[in-house]
Design a protein around this ligand. Structure first.
Ligand code: MN
Length: 235
């Protein structure tokens, strides 16, 4: 069999400490999963988790020790950063109970759920899908995956984002409204998870605009730093 044109390349993320890459299936994202962020977006912080997706090729792989440029996207005047813990699924399944969920986790990484906030807000107002605000090209930069076997207890880690050296977002991961196991339980009741799925687990408060030239540095205790620079879109 042959194809009419070359099929898309497999999207794959490097793994800390080994050569094999993690091939990506889907990118799931959790909305409003830290109470302080839910409040800053005008909500109570007490609601069941909800999900949206980004296409796998929205991922921008940022190798350890490198800074990767991402373009300032079209159509927006309000590009927001959302720093997030990314959970990499190594074993699939449906209806996974929280008590078993962590055995499906292959590793953890630092990710950014970049958001065209003005467009997302307009879609919210009109009751339309968020895709244009959330699922655009280059909207999901992420760093290398640390295998769980080499990671400490993730609930004891702290998530933070500096922009141009200034702290913008910081939270203990223990403040997740729905923790990693509970998130997998909810998510796997709606979709059958597959090896290669990534889950962006939500952002704490402090989301704000970035502009071309800004340097974003995301950290989670024990993981490789994620370093991204925003560049102007070529005219
Ligand atoms: Mn998010």
């Amino acid at each position: 069999m042959s194809y009419l044109f070359p099929p898309p390349a497999v999207v794959a993320v490097p793994v800390a400490g080994q050569e094999d890459m993690f091939p990506v299936h889907r990118i799931y994202c959790v909305g409003r999963n830290y109470e302080d962020h839910a409040r800053e977006m005008g909500f109570s912080g007490r609601e069941p988790p909800f999900f949206f997706l980004k296409p796998a090729d929205a991922l921008v792989v940022v190798p350890a020790g490198q800074t990767v440029d991402i373009p300032y996207p079209s159509l927006t005047r309000s590009l927001h950063h959302e720093i997030e813990l990314v959970v990499a699924i190594g074993k699939g399944g449906a209806n996974i109970p929280a008590a078993q969920a962590l055995s499906h986790v292959w590793g953890y990484a630092v990710g950014l759920d970049m958001t065209r906030r003005d467009l997302q807000n307009e879609m919210k107002k009109q009751g339309r899908p968020w895709c244009i605000g959330k699922a655009f090209d280059h909207s999901a930069p992420m760093g290398p995956i640390l295998p769980v076997a080499n990671a400490g207890p993730i609930e004891e880690a702290t998530l933070a984002l500096h922009v141009n050296g200034t702290l913008r977002q910081s939270s203990p991961i223990s403040k997740l409204i729905w923790n990693v196991a509970e998130t997998i339980e909810h998510l796997s009741s709606a979709w059958t998870l597959q090896p290669g799925d990534l889950i962006f687990t939500g952002t704490p408060q402090g989301v704000a605009d970035v502009v071309p030239g800004d340097l974003l540095e995301g950290t989670i205790t024990g993981l490789d730093t994620l370093s991204v620079r925003i560049r102007s879109t070529p005219a």
